[in-house]
Design a protein around this ligand. Sequence first.
Ligand code: PLP
Length: 373
Amino acid sequence: MSNNLLQHGAVLRVDLGAVRANYRLLKGMLKEGGGATECAAVVKADAYGLGAAQVASALLKEGCRHYFVAHLDEGVRLRSVLPGSAQIYVLHGPPPGTESMFHVHRLVPVLSTMEQIAGWRRLARQLNAALPAVIQFDTGKSGLGLSSADLACLHQESHLVCGIDVRYAMSQLACADDPEHPANQAQLDEFQRLRAMFPKWKASLANSSGIFLGARFHGDLARPGAALYGLAPVHGAANPLRQPVQLKARIIQVRQLAAGAGVGNGLTYKATGPRRIATLSIGYADGWGRGMGNRGVVWFDGVPAPMAGMVSMDTCSVDVTGIAEDKSGPGQFADLVTAHYTIDDIARATGTVGDEILTGLGPRICRDYVDEN
Ligand SMILES: *Cc1c(COP(=O)(O)O)cnc(C)c1O
């Protein structure tokens, strides 16, 4: 372990080759769909915690030309690592008064309200230029996007999009990870109905899970995030993706407990007999959340050790009674996430979703990049 890694309590190993392989798999599925669907990469939230600059640069090698972030600030930072030929879309659109920053940094806003459209139209008029944008439709998720009344208004008063070069009509699926859910077809029908008013605009609908719903959902540009990072796209089905992340945390101290001793805040764990307890240098400030308290396991050379007690801000404890002492001493590392005990497995054990765990892994965790094929 290098000195640099020794300065950190935990290490997230990121295999960019696995991210690239996942991108190729998704691209292949879009191609099988028979259309000319392009595959974007959603790299918001620092590429779900893996590192936006590293992930975007790796995917550039695979020919990815479209990248999505959520905030203007994320877009500005990503622009400095990507060539001008790469499109960067900002999902939240421009807060009023920031439109010119989008133009300066060559960022394409996703416009979800009539006010955002008016702001972008004003800038286009000032510059006397056509400015690119994506226009988001709400098709039932009731989050971001224009209502069908807004779209009827745009349809009747086409001057409202004057000067806006609409690259895509976009919408978000609410239940795509459940292929049987009736909302998928209902949202697709609504999207097609609304798009028929603007036949020249290309379409972008599918997130990771949407790609797995089949070609009807693919549109012209798919927007996978989670699947690139190995998270399961279809609820309850086998996961075909590679696992790009492994997480390890260092043991700081090991102690021998007598029967009846308690562990951690609130003493929620009680030793039922003599126990060896190891304290790891990762806690909820690192995104190893309180939901892990007394739930789930960590691994030593493939042997599981259960979490013991509540997670603290900087540490958590595990019961290493069943682990060989030469594998579980101070300075040694526990495996928290592996190819066989994935982020999704942890999410299931602790009652959340993989995206939340992955995006929560904090900046104190050292990122260690490899790019294997
Ligand atoms: C985050 C996001 C995505 C990516 O979704 P995944 O489920 O992670 O693939 C796609 N589109 C929009 C609008 C998003 O906000």
